[in-house]
Design a protein around this ligand. Sequence first.
Ligand code: PLP
Length: 379
Amino acid sequence: MTVSASPLPNARQLFQALRAPAFTAGAWIRKLPGRTARVYPSGRLSLAAGVKASARHSSREPITVWFPSYICNEALEPLRCMPLSLQFYPILEDLSPDWSILEQRVASEKGLHVFVLVHYFGFPNATKPARDFCDRHKMTLLEDAAHMLLPIPVMGLGDHIVFSPRKLLPVPAGGILISARGLEEEPAGALWKIPLAGETGRWLSRRVAQRILFSCHLPWHFLWKNGNGARSAGDAADGAIGPENCDGFTLRLLSIMERGLEEVIERRRAHYLRLLDWSKQLDHCVPLFPALPEAVCPYVFPVLLEHVSKGIGEKLRSQGFPADQWPALPPEVLAEPKRYEAAVDLHRCLLLLPLHQTLTAIEIDAMARALSASLGSNG
Ligand SMILES: Cc1ncc(COP(=O)(O)O)c(C=O)c1O
């Protein structure tokens, strides 16, 4: 069996996208009224645009951006090219910021400070404490909701909020920046007029090929170097996403996908609950989030393994189940493993199981059985 790593578009959606209106992120803005949105090709470019917007609205210098130590290095690429300093704060085992350390570290800092709070895997992080912390220290709050499909009630207190619909929907590109202040002067992140070019064409041919192999029940995971077209928590397996990739077709496909978001949420939640049930029978592993709060649309099913997750992940991938590790942490974090112990431990032991909307209950069960067998033989 091969289980697809990312959701696949169907033929109807692809045809509809030829004539659909361009995406304006209406479903996101309706849940965060009074804000403005700008669409970019990826979450990381939306993050960089959010920091630029903060800098434009402030006269304070230098600029420092605070990221949790558990952040994938790839997400920082655009920011590393900007004139600012990146700082990393320790997290606790539940992925919330370690406020006691933060309080000591930011007390004497000067300039503009942007605090990034990540809502990991679609689950809301400590939004209210983050808002209070930023207000007390006159910092800008940027909520990184790249793993969330839509805004949910317990988040949205940030000055800026970033989404990455390309992570949860079958689209080649797409990131959204939503801000409390107007973004009219922000440059659009894409050359919208390029028709079906470059990466989008490659993405499309790959997904269509996967759809066909998938319907023929062919075990095709060994055909691709990256397993089965995996889009990991960090990267697009289909190559780097640059501004040139978010073209007119992508924007129309995004607006088609926007029509079916409720069904996506329902399917992902059902798969999460199914895996939660399975996890009760599994030894040597516990779900990182043992409950699924209302309104949460999970990105993946993260499980903490007693063993190092790498071997189990490799075993599952070789059987066609695209279980993933979290991508590489920033070198600054890896250089100080004691200081960032919780992040380094999570990186070693966390395994991310796919649960996207294209998967069926039968595939979820087969993946859980394969995990159970791998854990048994490793234990
Ligand atoms: C927490 C988080 N934020 C932002 C990003 C960047 O999103 P994208 O891959 O769409 O650039 C990633 C992935 O790299 C991520 O894991």
